[in-house]
Design a protein around this ligand. Sequence first.
Ligand code: MTE
Length: 333
Amino acid sequence: MVLIRKAQIWDIAESKVTSEKNYWNRRQFLKTLAGAGMVASIAPLTGCSSLGGIGKSTAETALENSLKLPTIDSFSKNPAFNKLQKTITDEKIAGQYNNFYEFGGTKNIWLNAQKLPTENWQVAVTGLVKNPRTYDIDQLKKEFSLEQRIYRFRCVEAWSMVLPWIGFPMKQLIAAVEPSSKAKYVSFTSFYDPEITKGPGFHLGSLPWPYTEGLRIEEMANELAFFALGIYGHDLPKQHGAPLRMVIPWKYGFKGAKSIVKIEFVETQPATYWNTIDAREYDFEANVNPDKPHPRWSQATEKFISTGPGLSWEIKETLPYNGYGEYVASLYS
Ligand code: MTE
């Protein structure tokens, strides 16, 4: 396992792949945020060259420790969606290539994310429901039937992985809390405490924290919409959004809010983090669509990240709805 940066995913020849040069030009990215009036103060970014700036062997051990978590003992394997992929992304690759902006603006936030306090976690389910509830994680594990689903994961930045999540379909939660007929949307809120989460040298103080996401209630009720409590057979590592995150495989990855503390059933479309920052670049629906380019790059292809050592990828064509059209296209007809 090569932990020190060799090739970066954005180093690939532009002739071979969708150009996302602009995206990865951080000055441009930050200018965009500043242009949207979102940035109060930004210290210089550190780039992605080392694993949190610590020596290699210490870094390797720390990474392994961050992935060494209690196994989840009882879950069924749901093979229904497996036909869409052959290779599962290597666990250590997935565990050190993350987006979790609360902990910093680079892909290697895994170390900083270990500050996330996950003990005694509670998730409030509120709003237009008959049975509002506050769950702890053990209750979620006991009350809902856990299964493993191997899903494709497609980031809006044009990279992708295949990940083996453990969790339960969101529709089970809908059945438990019984939304009223007025509930048309659902808002999901991530943990946020600026004293804990701010990354070194990267604190976008005036961004619309906490991170929030939203779905139409019909989307949440779709068979594919999933809450993950685990991955690779064990509890979720902090960098992947412990202890509970959303997984919406037909939408871009930013729809999958991490480290959820609140789920609220509401009447009107809720504000969401990226859509508030720039609605033109991050629409509320955000379905994977190869024919609809992002304003700054094409979405026709993706860099599929599978196995190590180091960061390597193959170029794949992006599929409408990330390949899940047969399950979800009817939601949009
Ligand atoms: N959730 C929170 N709270 N904060 C974030 O920055 N990033 C999103 C999503 N959920 C994000 C988040 C984006 S852009 C992506 S691509 C995925 O998380 C990345 O998930 P992963 O790091 O587990 O691959």
